[in-house]
Structure formats: structure tokens, C-alpha cells
Write a protein that binds this ligand. Structure first.
Ligand code: LLP
Length: 421
């Protein structure tokens, strides 16, 4: 179930008509459901129940302040990968004591910024990074909580660009070598190595690889504890995948967490997870209007006003997003590529897709676009980024206004005012 459904043959988000939003805000425009976001967050949080846990929403999936605020108020922690994401979390009222800082290339400024706000923990990806955290914490006179990110050598069986848990990937430290790193790290004065972390990849529809990674991590924790490391926390990385195709099954968050709980029973560990996609993915659509129909030889094109700069997932990962007409009709169907105005053949939202017999002006919703949608949007082709709207029942509000032409040039005008007419 999601909160996007037809009522009287018109697509609604919760109790709000998408036609109404498009009329008021223009297109392209991202629309998010408050209810879906909270449902999915609660699914994780409630399934952990009374065992010590923190659900750290992965900010990279969608970093809009309104969404972060919603999740902060629901009690979420946050998984960040940059100083900019920490800044957003703080501005949105998130609790820095529930923040974990992941990422393979943290700079000294970012580490210092995070220490100044006393974040919960760093997920540290290399020994040089551990030494840098130790020295910056020493300068500040604080002790930094650190988990080494372990590469458990488990195949996540997902798209190669978003698979991270194999030895050949740049992430984490090989599980075979990490015990030595803990041994050396425990001798450092300004870090507390009381946690382990891993993340094997994103968009996992089968949860077995995640459970296999947990089994390997629990074996590691036994060995680390036997060697004297006081491990109290385990961070299992991102959450489950989402069904991008209507034929795909949605992984059951509750069943997944129950499996985790089964393996964690009696282990005296505080469990942490960092889901992004499964919280916001199905909570968002990208609304776009048909500009033109066009035929080249045998090929039919539907040209819409959203493009790869607004949603790059189809171009970058060949990912499939269902495309739903906002108003249902009964007529003929066509087979067409749905493409945007950007000057690249790679600028497509769907290829060879069965679609209604669309006309200029028709509205479409590109489904399951809440995660890694706006977050990966750019100004390519000098296209202002779209507006974002958050729906709550019958009410809705713009949570990011559409960018203007002036927004496009502002940072340059600041630097080189003299060339502007
Ligand atoms: N934790 C870490 C350390 C991560 O690297 C990621 C995602 C997550 C958590 C959140 O994973 P999730 O629950 O969302 O699966 N742009 C790509 C996805 C990149 C994912 C990167 N890391 C896409 O559009 O599919």
C-alpha cells in the first residue's frame, strides 16, 4: 500500500488531488506523502520494539528540511555522509546525539564540525581516517565514538553502482583485517571503539544477503570481545529495497526486522539501521506534463517537461519507474519512449513503454521517485530545479519553491558582479 491512489479516475496523494497541486505549483514538481514517510519509519521503529535501537534515516535519499523535520519529530536519528548533511539535520531540528557519520572521504573540517556538535558516532572507513579523528578529538579534548565500517564480503546482488559490500569495493575494511585495526585503535587515546558497522548495498529486494552480513558481523563481534574490545553497538547500514515495478514484491520491513531481532537475541547489542529508500522512495512522485508527441520513423516519443536533471535514475542506473497518468482514460494505448528536453539521447524516463494515447498538456506521475530523486537533481542545461510539495491529508504546502533563473546565476553574480547586465 502507498498513499497514491485513484479516486474517481484521478490520482490522489492522500486526500489531495495531484491535478490541483500541478495547477497551483506548475510542473515538474515532486510531491511527497507525509503519511507514507511516517508509516515506513514507524514500521522499522515499532518492529525493533523494546530492544535498544536507533533508526537513523539516511539523509542522502532525500534531504529536504521538511522531511528531516518530520522524521526528527518522530524520533529518528540520522545517517549523514557530509558536513552539509549535518548542517541540514541541525537546521531541521534533528538531535546530533542520534547522528552517525558515514562516508569514505571525510575531511578534517567535516570531522571537526561533527565533533563540535557531539554527534553519536563516526562510521570510520580506513586507518588513516581513524588516526585523523583521534588527533582532531585530541585537539578538542574530547573522546570520539567510532565504529569501523567492515566490508563483510557479501554479495548484495543489486546494481553494480550501488553494491558496496564486496572486497573489490572502495568501502570499509576487509573483515579479515579489521581485528588488527581494532587492536591498534584501542591504543589511541581519543577514540572509543565500541561499535561496528557495515553496509552492503542499496535496493535489496531479497533480505538474505543482509542477514548473512549480520551473521558474519556477529562472529566478528565475538572475536573482538574475546580480544578485549567492549563492543556495545552494531550498525547494519541501509534498509530494504522498494518495488519500482508493479510486478515486484515489497520486502516486509517488519519481517526483516524480526529476522534481525532473532539473530541479535542475547547478544547485548544496541542495534542501528540506516534506511533511506524504504522510508521515502514510495512516498514521492515526480509530476510532469506532456509537452509534445512526436514520431521518428517507427518510433513514438512522448516529450515531457521533466528531464534527467530532475530524475537521473533511469539514465544512470537504467532503473524502471512506473509512469501513471494523473487522469485515467479508456482509449487506445501506444508504445513510446518518455523523454525530457535535455540535449542527450540518455535523457529518458522510460523506454518502449505502453502508455495511454497522450496529448500535450496531459499530466503524468513518475512513481517511486521520493528517494534519490530531487537529491540527485542538478541544473544541467541551466534548468531550474523543480518545486517540492509535502501533502498531509487534505492539506499540502510547498517545502521547496521552484528555482528561478536568478537562482541559477546567484553564486556567480556574487563572485563576478561586473559582467552581469
Ligand atoms: N548507509 C550507507 C552507508 C549508504 O551508503 C546508503 C546508501 C544507505 C545507508 C541508505 O541505503 P538505502 O536504505 O537507501 O538503500 N543513488 C542510488 C542509491 C545510492 C545509495 C548509496 N548508499 C539510487 O538512486 O538508487
Amino acid at each position: 500500500m502507498t498513499d497514491f491512489e485513484y479516486r474517481d479516475r484521478r490520482l490522489f496523494c492522500e486526500e489531495t488531488s495531484l491535478e490541483e497541486i500541478a495547477k497551483m505549483t506548475g510542473t515538474p514538481c515532486y510531491v511527497y506523502s507525509n503519511r507514507t514517510i511516517l508509516d515506513r519509519f514507524d514500521a522499522y521503529n515499532l518492529a525493533f520494539g523494546d530492544i535498544p535501537h536507533t533508526v537513523c534515516y539516511a539523509v542522502k535519499a532525500n534531504s529536504n528540511l521538511a522531511l528531516l523535520n518530520l522524521l526528527a519529530n518522530a524520533g529518528a536519528g540520522f545517517d549523514i555522509v557530509s558536513g552539509g548533511e549535518l548542517y541540514r539535520v541541525l537546521k531541521a531540528g534533528g538531535d546530533p546525539r542520534k547522528v552517525v557519520f558515514s562516508g569514505v572521504g571525510k575531511t578534517s573540517d567535516e570531522i571537526d564540525f561533527a565533533l563540535s556538535h557531539n554527534i553519536f558516532s563516526f562510521n570510520c572507513e580506513s586507518e588513516p581516517e581513524l588516526e585523523l579523528i583521534d588527533s582532531i578529538a585530541g585537539e578538542r579534548g574530547v573522546k570520539a565514538r567510532v565504529a569501523m565500517r567492515v566490508n563483510p564480503d557479501v554479495d548484495a546482488a543489486t546494481h553494480p553502482y550501488i553494491s558496496t559490500g564486496l572486497r573489490e569495493h572502495k568501502f570499509g575494511i576487509d573483515i579479515a583485517e579489521v581485528e588488527d585495526v581494532y587492536r591498534r585503535g584501542m591504543a589511541l587515546a581519543n577514540v572509543a571503539l565500541e561499535s561496528v558497522s557495515c553496509h552492503i548495498g542499496s535496493q535489496l529486494l531479497d533480505t538474505q544477503p543482509l542477514l548473512e552480513a549480520l551473521r558474519k558481523m556477529l562472529g566478528l563481534i565475538d572475536r573482538l570481545r574475546a580480544a578485549g574490545a567492549p563492543i556495545s553497538h552494531i550498525d547494519l547500514g541501509g534498509g530494504v529495497g522498494v518495488p519500482y515495478r508493479s510486478s515486484e514484491q515489497r520486502p516486509d520491513i517488519d519481517a526483516f526486522v524480526q529476522d534481525l531481532r532473532g539473530l541479535l537475541a542475547g547478544k547485548r547489542l544496541h542495534a542501528m539501521v540506516e534506511p533511506g529508500r524504504s522510508i521515502v522512495g514510495e512516498a514521492g512522485v515526480l509530476l510532469t506534463r506532456v509537452l509534445y508527441r512526436k514520431r521518428n520513423g517507427d518510433k513514438e516519443f512522448v516529450i515531457v517537461d521533466a528531464a534527467m536533471n530532475d530524475l537521473i535514475r533511469p539514465a544512470l542506473y537504467q532503473s524502471h519507474h512506473e509512469i501513471a497518468p494523473v487522469a485515467l482514460s479508456d482509449g487506445e494505448t501506444i508504445r513510446a519512449d518518455v523523454v525530457g528536453p535535455v540535449c542527450e539521447t540518455g535523457d529518458f524516463l522510460a523506454r518502449d513503454r505502453e502508455m495511454p494515447d497522450l496529448r500535450g498538456g496531459d499530466l503524468l506521475a513518475i512513481m517511486t521517485a521520493g528517494a534519490y530523486g530531487f537529491a540527485q537533481a542538478s541544473n544541467y542545461n541551466s534548468r531550474p530545479r523543480p518545486a517540492e510539495v509535502l501533502v498531509d491529508g487534505k492539506g499540502w504546502r510547498i517545502v521547496r519553491r521552484r528555482e528561478s533563473y536568478d537562482d541559477l546565476i546567484q553564486p556567480e553574480v556574487g563572485a563576478r558582479a561586473e559582467i552581469v547586465q
